[in-house]
Design a protein around this ligand. Structure first.
Ligand code: S3P
Length: 430
């Protein structure tokens, strides 16, 4: 039940049914952006109709691309790599880090200056990570308040190709630099500490760009003309993760999730849940829009704790909050380490998860770069702060499913960022 900005949830007897998981957020952003920069018209199906992706549509229409969105279908008429025009006024990126950082790479290659703004959460997120490499390439990027955060003004220049050793495994940083690389005078290489999601590489190749990958190193060649591409967007594994977790922790559950993207740079949560003993079956593997995909069947089972660290972290970074919830329901200890990036997401997700799980009675210890959860204690309902963070809201909705009493989510409407129908889909399962 939604009360004002609060959502009240209580224990469920078992979730059963089938869900069509909404389109992948990362892929939806890129499908609009790259088609806006291409020649010709293309149709995107399975588009994620959510606040974040609408921020990207608004940004590109403000710069002259034509986008007609009707629910999960989008028709984009691009203007070419050199056809964007200076927007009237600032571009508001809303809550979307992906919009901000990828657009910055594109703006680095334009001949005009653009001011980027965002909401309160986005305005606290670190932008130095893109300012450094893009400045080295020749763009001028100024953080208005001198705090390396939004508002930023990006003024494009004649760009140099660079070899950039990124200190973070971040697909947003990698993508920003590779996109700027399309406008550079020579090849641009990004080397990451661990492999981050590779949707940009896959999709730019489909648009005709010359992208080569060698281990942790990705190179983009300068490029003149992208060709518009129709794109079918698979379901978002990051959204599916909430239902995988829900099915795993809620006794009596059996849920089928259709057409979920299972890109190996994104499927870490599926692998971890299987390692924790989840009854999770991968069915009907297929390719959707150049991305490995499948149907996922989850049934309730008992879970055991595990260690999540190292190179798997970037493949499940957005799923760690809900995996922490699973860990609280699992027997034994779960250790999450090497996930400091969680502190600079839409909220400080380490602190938000530890606060919420402790309030529900879990035994959780906060670490600088993760947490230790000693699972198996019964959880009880509590008042939960969502910190305007969609993934925190959905994680604690899952936590409520086998908790004693009522859980109240404060600010639950933030699910609109990535999954507007989340609570409807959850209640449709019983
Ligand atoms: C995204 C990359 C990740 C992820 C975010 C979406 C993307 O962020 O957390 O939700 O679409 O490239 P980082 O690049 O900061 O790791």
């Amino acid at each position: 039940m939604m009360k004002g900005h609060c959502m009240e949830l209580s224990r469920k007897a078992g979730l059963r049914g089938e869900i069509a998981i909404p389109g992948d957020k990362s892929i939806s952003h890129r499908a609009v952006m790259f088609n806006a920069l291409a020649h010709g018209e293309a149709r995107i199906t399975g588009f994620l109709n959510s606040a974040d992706c609408v921020s990207t549509i608004r940004a590109f229409t403000a710069m002259g691309a034509q986008v007609r969105q009707d629910g999960t279908e989008c028709v984009v008429r691009g203007v070419g790599l050199h056809g964007l025009r200076q927007p009237d006024g600032s571009i508001d990126c809303g809550n979307s880090g992906t919009t901000t950082r990828l657009i910055s790479g594109i703006l680095a290659g334009q001949t005009f200056g653009t001011r980027l703004t965002g909401d309160a959460s986005l305005s606290q997120r670190p932008m130095r990570r893109i300012m450094d490499p893009l400045s080295r390439m020749g763009a001028e990027i100024v953080s208005e308040q001198g705090n390396d955060c939004l508002p930023l003004t990006v003024r494009g220049g004649a760009l140099r190709g660079i070899r950039y050793v990124s200190p973070v495994a971040s697909a947003q940083v990698k993508s920003a630099v590779l996109l700027a690389g399309l406008y550079a005078d020579g090849p641009t290489t990004v080397i990451e500490p661990e492999r981050s999601r590779d949707h940009t590489e896959r999709m730019l190749r489909a648009f005709g760009a010359k992208i080569s990958v060698d281990g942790l190193s990705v190179t983009a060649e300068p490029f003149e003309q992208l060709e518009a591409q129709d794109i079918a967007v698979p379901g978002d594994v990051s959204s599916a993760a909430f239902f995988l977790a829900a099915g795993a922790v809620c006794p009596g559950s059996e849920i089928l999730l259709k057409n979920v993207g299972l890109n190996p740079t994104r499927d870490g949560a599926v692998r971890v849940l299987q390692a924790m003993g989840a009854d999770l079956t991968i069915l009907d593997r297929k390719d959707i829009g150049g991305e490995p995909s499948a149907d996922l069947l989850i049934r309730h089972s008992s879970l055991k704790g595990c260690t999540i660290e190292g190179s798997i972290i970037p493949t499940l970074i957005d799923e760690l909050p809900v995996l922490a919830v699973c860990a609280a329901y699992a027997d034994g200890e779960t250790v999450i380490r090497g996930a400091k990036e969680l502190r600079v997401k839409e909220s400080d997700r380490i602190s938000a998860v530890c606060e919420g799980l402790s309030a529900m009675g879990a035994d959780v210890e906060e670490l600088e770069d993760g947490m230790i959860i000693r699972g198996g204690r019964p959880l009880h309902g509590a008042e939960i702060r969502c910190f305007d963070d969609h993934r925190i809201a959905m994680s604690f909705a899952v936590a409520s499913l086998d908790a004693e009493g009522t859980t109240v989510l404060h600010g639950a409407e933030c699910v609109n960022i990535s999954y507007p129908a989340f609570f409807r889909d959850l209640s449709a399962l019983g």
